[in-house]
Design a protein around this ligand. Structure first.
Ligand SMILES: Cc1cc2nc3c(=O)[nH]c(=O)nc-3n(C[C@H](O)[C@H](O)[C@H](O)COP(=O)(O)OP(=O)(O)OC[C@H]3O[C@@H](n4cnc5c(N)ncnc54)[C@H](O)[C@@H]3O)c2cc1C
Length: 442
């Protein structure tokens, strides 16, 4: 292929240099290259559900990841241009002003991210636009079915993809195509929120160091027994924040897992890590297939759930002020750290839908705001699943919160640590039986 004179590489949820197949494609096929990231400030403002998409934990993790990316690019003779504003407007302007003749990106699963690219394509019909599969273990071509025939349940999906491949060829980019002469990316003015204590540091270096540390101990050998713990850093892998922003790839994780299995042992626990990574994979393809239905109240179902939006209940759930101590503790943990265990997420989501009767989309939007590992497909896909309107819609997935508390926090330590045991008033300060409210009684 003849090289493009000047290409633009747009980083999205692939903030790494190693094993970045899309960046590699851009560099190999371009004489000159400009690497950029578009920071959409509207994500920090109130969105559709009255909540900003990008909360302070996410923002800090993202800023660290961009700093780390810039350093990795500089080591390879490149720079990072930060565009600020809406993707559509800023990317279009950059293509015009820089005179790029090709754009390279990683394949996206989210419908809105895909729409952005469609708009760029429409605006520049003669521009070459390359999307490289980069965030999943398998590319769409490798799947043993067409995306339109994606299995409706995770089990069917897993059985079909599990035998596909077992080893992953990882790439390391030692040098990159240069920027045009005299190009100088202006220093970015992106600041972190100072009002948060950061548990996790974003970026490729931190990701690879965590990956190495995790597999240098024997945590993976007990993963299946420990993964449901509510609050212990080593109980599950904690790979999700870095996977979500693409500071490391799922292929790198699988390769590290396979090496561990060869050098130490392969058991049910190590298998279960790959099993969970397939959930991530499943939701990626699920989001790509179902597009805007991922955000619809009905999801894939034909009937709307019998839930609604009650501001007071929602606010109490968000702040961890419900009649359910385990839910309160999990929500306070999320608010303080930007992370919650998988078990915790299942419990608070079940409470949200089944105990509080709330519209699941508000819960998903709150998670989007808070979670440092926020990933469009895993988040909205899991919420749909729990609300009974998504993959495998076998009615309600309702957790008995008392039983779950007895099982996962028998001594009440977790609840105590996060202050879940608070004296709460009834979930509704006014309920239907109180109507009409007589003001002279107050
Ligand atoms: C309501 C709800 C919302 C969620 N939102 C997100 C989200 O926005 N981003 C996200 O990455 N995960 C999400 N999950 C899935 C899961 O809770 C997290 O991936 C997991 O808790 C991350 O911790 P870990 O890396 O230690 O996971 P581990 O247990 O160590 O699992 C290893 C990896 O497998 C993947 N994985 C595990 N469970 C799931 C799952 N159920 N669905 C998809 N991938 C999975 C993740 O990439 C994870 O890092 C959500 C789950 C629920 C129930």
């Amino acid at each position: 292929m003849q090289k493009y004179q000047l290409s633009l590489f747009i980083f999205q949820n692939d903030l790494r240099v190693k094993d970045n197949l899309a960046l590699q494609a851009a560099s190999d096929n371009s004489e000159k290259l400009i690497c950029c990231y578009c920071f959409d400030q509207s994500l920090t403002r109130y969105g559709r559900y009255g909540i900003a998409s990008l909360g302070k934990h996410r923002l800090n993790f993202l800023m660290d990841s961009l700093e780390s990316l810039r350093a990795e690019l500089e080591k390879r003779g490149q720079q990072l241009l930060i565009l600020r504003g809406s993707f559509e407007k800023e990317v279009t302007r950059a293509i015009s002003e820089l005179g790029a003749d090709a754009v390279f990106v990683s394949e996206q699963q989210g419908v809105y991210e895909r729409r952005h690219l469609d708009l760029v394509k429409k605006r520049f019909p003669f521009l070459s636009l390359f999307e490289t599969p980069n965030n999943t273990l398998f590319s769409e071509d490798e799947l043993p079915f067409l995306l339109t025939d994606l299995p409706t349940t995770f089990s069917q999906f897993r059985k079909q993809v599990e035998p596909l491949k077992d080893s992953y060829l990882l790439t390391d980019i030692k040098s990159l195509a240069p920027t045009p002469k005299n190009f100088k990316a202006a220093p970015a003015r992106l600041s972190k929120s100072s009002t948060t204590h950061q548990m996790y540091r974003g970026g490729e270096l931190a990701a690879l160091s965590h990956l190495k540390n995790y597999f240098s101990e024997d945590y993976a050998s007990d993963y299946k027994q420990t993964r449901n713990a509510l609050d212990d850093f080593q109980s599950s892998t904690k790979f999700s924040p870095w996977l979500a922003l693409g500071c490391m790839s799922a292929r790198q994780v699988m390769s590290a897992l396979r090496s561990y299995e060869q050098q130490h042992e392969a058991n049910e626990s190590t298998y279960w890590i790959s099993f969970e990574l397939l959930w991530r994979e499943f939701f990626f393809w699920y989001a790509k297939k179902h597009g805007a239905k991922l955000f619809a109240f009905k999801g894939l179902s034909t009937k709307s759930p019998k839930t609604s939006f009650y501001p007071e209940r929602f606010q109490k759930w968000c702040s961890g002020n419900t009649p359910f101590p385990i839910v309160n503790a999990c929500m306070k943990q999320l608010n303080a750290t930007g992370y919650m265990s998988n078990r915790g997420r299942q419990l608070v989501a079940s409470c949200f839908v089944h105990e509080l009767g709330l519209d699941w989309r508000y819960g998903a939007a709150y998670f989007e705001h808070q979670l440092i590992d926020y990933d469009v497909s895993s988040n909205w896909g899991n919420w749909q699943y729990l609300a009974g309107v998504g993959a495998d819609p076998r009615g309600h997935r309702r957790f008995n919160l008392e039983k779950q508390t007895a099982q996962y926090d028998p001594e009440g330590e977790f609840i105590k640590r996060w202050g879940g045991n608070i004296k709460t008033l009834p979930i509704d300060s006014v309920d239907a039986a109180d109507w009409p409210v007589k003001h002279d009684e107050n």
